[in-house]
Design a binder for this molecule. Structure first.
Ligand code: AMP
Ligand code: GLY
Length: 413
């Protein structure tokens, strides 16, 4: 297959590595990619949010399947433009991508579909926000309504901080004040063709920047998969009570969801509830889910893009476990310092490195963003995988670079 992957992060690096591992002779191009991606497939300099540019490229290059990695092109309607020209695309159109792009939209869909989630109030003014903050009480959960690259959410016991967060994000639109949900978090990815879903293996992400879940929320600092502590029947319950009702609701509204429904879940004492939906593969969870996937990824993505998931069996996963640890630039998430050289990458072995934000300058990799790379290790046990991942990190040098040291610790005994 000729496949175009849009995006430039470690998630896209992992998607491409998974497609290449099929050894099926796929011709893969990434746009715009990064220096790590460019070391495994050709990249083209193209703005992935420009639907017209992407469509012209896909037509001129006989692309069989476009895989849209990040949320920005989805929310910009790139999938719609491609579909209008008959190109198979893995990724929802603009309307269905609102499940991620607007937390208010997501809450409405969940209400209509009867999907379990926390109570939430939308506030357009500071007075409304304060009223909801006081009604729900501490710990406070305040979220920007639109896309905020993982930074729009504040969970805090501090009422003043909650109000300040609301005030900040109200400059850009509405905010949502939510009931706090306590429990373990699970990221479950479901492939959808608009009518039915197939689950991938669950993962857990570490959202806070520092060990022990301290510090601000980030895009994700590490992950592991599978989750040995999950109850039997978890995946079936999510499919029945969350994923299918959501997909059916979107289909009934004539905005079918074709792509990856990312269910951000919390296992509360009152059952499984949705914290958020995303309309794409999660980052860094993808880096631990896809290396364990045994079923060829291209067939799954193409079937989802072309309405054929119903004919497929559930994807299979290896018994190996996977751990990923993200190396971030100094100052991430608030104010990352970029442009620094990354050294030692050629000395690591026994792991794979998914580049998140790198460029090649005079033959050296340099960091070009907050999350720089994901070190991914597989093993028979979490302890073994952790040992490999952290050994690799200790031989990679990035001035001021930081990473969490407790990824998957709780499952490694
Ligand atoms: P989100 O971007 O909505 O996934 O939120 C980022 C993180 O904030 C989540 O992964 C949770 O750790 C936390 N969070 C968000 N909403 C809630 C909630 N209602 N209750 C508890 N924690 C939450
Ligand atoms: N890891 C969280 C996300 O991809 O949104």
């Amino acid at each position: 297959m000729r496949i175009l992957v849009l995006g430039s992060g470690a998630r896209e690096h992992a998607i491409i590595a998974s497609l290449l591992s099929e050894n099926a002779g796929h011709e893969i191009t990434a746009a715009p990619g990064n220096a790590g991606i460019a070391s495994i497939v050709p990249v083209v300099a193209m703005d992935p949010t420009r639907g017209d540019v992407v469509t012209t490229y896909a037509l001129e290059n006989d692309i069989d399947l476009v895989v849209i990695g990040p949320e920005a092109p989805l929310v910009a309607g790139v999938a719609d433009k491609l579909r209008q020209r008959g190109i198979a695309v893995f990724g929802p159109g603009k309307a269905a991508a609102q499940i991620e792009g607007s937390k208010t939209f997501a809450k409405r869909i969940m209400d209509e579909a009867g999907v379990p989630t926390g109570r939430a109030a939308r506030a357009g003014t500071l007075a409304e926000a304060i009223k909801a903050i006081d009604e729900y009480g501490a710990p406070y959960v305040v979220k920007a309504d639109g896309l905020a690259a993982g930074k729009g959410v504040l969970v805090t016991p501090d009422r003043d901080a909650a109000i300040a967060h609301a005030e900040h994000w109200l400059q850009y639109g509405a905010v949502l004040v939510e009931e706090f949900l306590a429990g373990q978090e699970v990221s479950l990815f479901l492939l959808s063709d608009g009518h039915t879903v197939l689950p991938l293996s669950p993962a857990q992400d570490y959202k806070r920047v520092f060990d022990g879940d301290e510090g601000p929320n980030t895009g994700g600092m590490g992950a592991y998969s599978p989750l040995p502590w999950l109850a039997a029947g978890f995946i079936d319950e999510v499919i029945e009570t969350i994923a299918l009702p959501t997909i059916h609701q979107l289909a009934a509204e004539r905005t079918p969801f074709i792509g990856l429904l990312y269910c951000g879940l919390i296992v509360t004492r009152a059952g499984i509830k949705v914290i958020e939906f995303n309309a794409r593969f999660g980052d860094p969870e993808t880096q631990v889910v896809l290396p364990r996937l045994v079923t060829p990824l291209s067939g799954l993505l193409f079937a989802a893009a072309t309405g054929g998931l119903g004919a497929l069996a559930r994807p299979e996963f290896s018994a190996e476990v996977a751990v990923t640890v993200v190396l971030a630039s100094e100052g991430y998430p608030d104010d990352p310092i970029i442009g620094r050289r990354i050294q030692g990458l050629d000395t690591v072995h026994g792991v794979s490195i998914d580049h998140a934000a790198t460029a090649l300058v005079d033959g050296d990799f340099v960091a070009t963003g907050g999350r720089v790379l994901s070190v991914v290790a597989l093993g028979d046990t979490f302890a073994a995988a952790r040992t490999k991942a952290y050994a690799a990190l200790s031989s990679i040098q990035l001035e001021g670079g930081h990473y969490r040291t407790d990824i998957a610790e709780q499952v490694a005994q």
